[in-house]
Structures are given as C-alpha cells and as structure tokens.
Design a protein around this ligand. Structure first.
Ligand code: TTP
Ligand code: MN
Ligand code: MN
Ligand code: MN
Length: 389
C-alpha cells in the first residue's frame, strides 16, 4: 500500500507524529529496559518524569538501526529528548546489556505490587498507591477488599434517566468485574479472533440498523499480533442522514448485545456529555461503550470455541467525524498525544477524536478519508503500522 522509503518522515523530528515508528524496532531490548523506569515513575505519580522517559523511548523506537558504541556519541547523542541522564543510561545498556536503575526498580517489592495492581482494568497508579497504603500487597488482598461489596453487571443499562453515574461507582464496578474476570483478561487476543468479534458485532448491528460500517482500530490496526482488547469505530454509510441514525445508537445496541448474552458486563457507557463533565483530557465526546464481550458458541457446533471474556470498546461516530475518530483511536498513546500537540502548537487547530476545529474561530473540518486528516493537520501521511511511537 505504501513504500516506506518514499515517506518523508524523519527520525530526528521532535513530534512522534512526524516519525516512522514500527512495532518492532532494532533497539527493542533497550526500549524494554527504559520502559521499566518509565512505568516506575508513572506508578509513583511522577508524570512529568514518566513522560520524559516516554518521549525518549519513542525517539529510540524510531531510530532505524542498532545503537552501538560507534554511533552513541555521534548520531544518537543528537536525537531529541536524549539528555545527559538518558545518554548515560543508554551508554550503560550498550556496555552491559542492562541499566542499574531498571534492575533496581524491577527488584523492588513496591514496584512489583503496584505493577500487579495496575494489571487490573480500572486500577490506575493513583488507586494502586492508595490500596498499597491501606496495606494491600497482592491481587488476593484486592479480591478480599473488593469482594465484600455487591456488584451489578449491567446497571448502566437500566438507569434510563441519562444521568451519568457517580464516577467512583463506575470505577469500583470496573475493578470488581476485572478482578473476577482477570484470568480471561490475561489471555491475549489473536488477530483472527479480533476479526471474528468485529464480524459478529457488525452482524448484530445490521439486524438493528442496516447501513452501518466499522473499522477495527487500536493496536490491531497498528499491526500488533496480539491485543489486550478490541476497539471498533462504527459509523453509518448514509453521509447525510447518518448522524441522526448514529445518535443514541450506542446505548440501544449495547442493550441488545447484553440481552443476547454477547455482552456480559458494561464497564462504562457514555453519551454526549457536557464538555466539562469528564476532566480526563483523553476522553472525547463520542458515544462509546467499554464492555465485556463473549463470542457465541460456534454456529455448526462441531468446533467448540474457547469462550473467553474479552474487553470490547465500541465507539460511535457520525459520518463527518468517522475519520478523525479512526485516527484518534488508532493510537499509539504517544502518537495521539503528539498529534494533539502538533495541531495546537503548529497549526492552531484542536485535534480530537470527535473532530478537528480551528482554535480562533471554532470552524470545524470534516476530512473524507484518513489521508485528508493528515493533510488538514499539515502532516505527512504516517501509515497505521508506523504509528507505534
Ligand atoms: P487501548 O485499547 O487502550 O490500547 P491499544 O489498542 O493501543 O493496545 P491494547 O489494547 O492491545 O493494549 O487504546 C486504543 C486507542 O484508543 C489508543 O491508542 C488511543 C485511544 N484511547 C483514547 O483516545 N482514550 C482513552 O482513554 C484510551 C484508553 C484510549
Ligand atoms: Mn486496544
Ligand atoms: Mn481499548
Ligand atoms: Mn470466563
């Protein structure tokens, strides 16, 4: 579909959305080592420091050859975001194949406990630290702690008044569900199953409303052989009347999937919200459902399927914002962050999964395909497989 050598991307660019970042890079070991330190900083709530490491890691991911003693003090030292401290760590890695600080973090019981806690969907660094401070050290401690409270699987579906549920409650239910299903959630999802889940979802949707179409986004679209969840952006093919048809569809559809036993839990269901209702900057105003999905038994019955609970994220976009939603949900997180930053700092535009707007007069733009999104942002095209910053 594209010829990498013809892309005018530069690995020395400061924004990761201007670089080519493959899934597997020539310095994978170094990346893994630095990522331990990044995770440790993030778990401790040192977000600025974590972001510095993430930027350095992203630059290394885009560096097209192995880092050695030969290029370390030349080319490598000139890359952006590699300050003195990072350079000495990279030097240590080049010499010894490991970094003292990474080893120190890896061996820390606190790091291990916080890491284990955050594998549970719904537990972020803040909650992990809080639970640790309350004396919890293992997943079993969490089970005991959260086990006492009752849980209701689909209560978001039954509250019909449209009031957003208390965020703390949403979080708590997510944690309870993830704890219960953690053995299933540990199992990676292969590409075949991702595609099958998309087919089943779209077949069900077609029975509710014809003319919808979808794109599988997230890590799958970036070429990951195994995913932790499945992310699907959905729109309607009717360019004119599609927006009206999409409105309210998310909730109706998830209720249907729930009734049919395909969705077993709803972690979170959001409709259009007031712009400030949710402070987390990464969230957009699209209708979306974060669910737990399970494939039906195979239709012919002769090949019994391993039926495992899977995390499934459904995002509904009106036709005019379909492509911005796809770009916004393809990731990676670092790529998305720099896309927004680039749009703001260099173009005076606000990029969001729910649309692109000009900052000074709020004029909205509606790109008709993915290449147009990049063109509008004044960026060279970056194929999804090279967005693994
Ligand atoms: P994820 O599903 O969290 O991650 P992933 O698909 O890259 O990898 P995997 O599922 O295998 O772990 O997020 C998918 C994309 O969705 C992410 O790259 C950006 C977007 N996203 C948001 O815009 N806001 C969010 O809060 C989250 C979690 C993701
Ligand atoms: Mn995903
Ligand atoms: Mn997801
Ligand atoms: Mn199960």
């Amino acid at each position: 579909e594209y010829d990498v050598s013809k892309l005018s991307l530069s690995h020395t660019a400061r924004y990761s959305c201007c670089r080519a970042s493959p899934l597997i890079c020539p310095n994978q070991g170094l990346v893994a080592e630095l990522d331990v330190i990044r995770r440790s900083r993030s778990l401790e709530g040192e977000e600025r420091s974590a972001l510095s490491y993430q930027r350095a890691i992203a630059v290394i991911k885009a560096f097209p050859k192995p880092i050695t003693a030969k290029n370390l003090h030349g080319e490598v030292s000139k890359l952006p975001y590699l300050g003195q401290k990072l350079m000495s760590m990279i030097e240590e890695y080049v010499e010894d194949g490991q970094i003292t600080e990474s080893a120190k973090n890896r061996d820390s019981p606190r790091f291990q406990a916080l890491s284990a806690f955050t594998t549970i969907y719904g537990i972020g660094p803040h909650t992990a630290r809080k639970l640790h401070a309350e004396g919890m050290r293992t997943i079993h401690d969490l089970e005991y702690h959260f086990g006492e409270k009752e849980t209701s699987a689909g209560s978001e579906l039954s509250s019909g008044d449209g009031h957003a549920e208390d965020e703390e409650k949403i979080l708590e239910r997510s944690i309870q569900v993830s704890l219960t299903l953690r053995d299933d959630f540990k199992e990676k999802i292969l590409r075949d199953e991702v595609e099958e889940m998309n087919s089943v979802v779209m077949r069900e949707l077609d029975a509710l409303l014809t003319g919808c179409t979808s794109t599988i986004v997230g890590g799958y679209r970036r070429g990951k052989p195994q995913s932790n969840d499945v992310d699907i952006v959905i729109t309607h093919t009717d360019a004119k009347g599609g927006a009206a048809k999409i409105k309210g569809l998310c909730k109706k559809f998830v209720r249907r999937l729930y009734e049919r036993g395909l969705v077993t839990h709803v972690m979170h269901l959001s409709s259009f919200r007031a712009p400030n209702a949710l402070r987390t900057t990464q969230w957009d105003s699209l209708e979306k459902a974060l669910t737990v999905f399970i494939l039906p038994p195979s239709p012919d019955g002769c090949q019994p399927r391993r039926r495992i609970h899977r995390r499934l994220d459904l995002i509904f976009a009106a036709p005019e914002v379909y492509w911005t939603a796809i770009v916004g949900w393809t990731g990676s997180t670092m790529f998305e962050r720099d896309l927004r930053l680039w749009a703001k700092e260099r173009r005076g535009l606000k990029f969001d999964s729910a649309g692109i707007t000009r900052r000074h007069d709020s004029k909205a733009f509606f790109p008709k395909n993915e290449r147009e999104v990049f063109k509008l942002l004044g960026l060279d095209w970056v194929p999804p497989l090279l967005r693994n910053a």
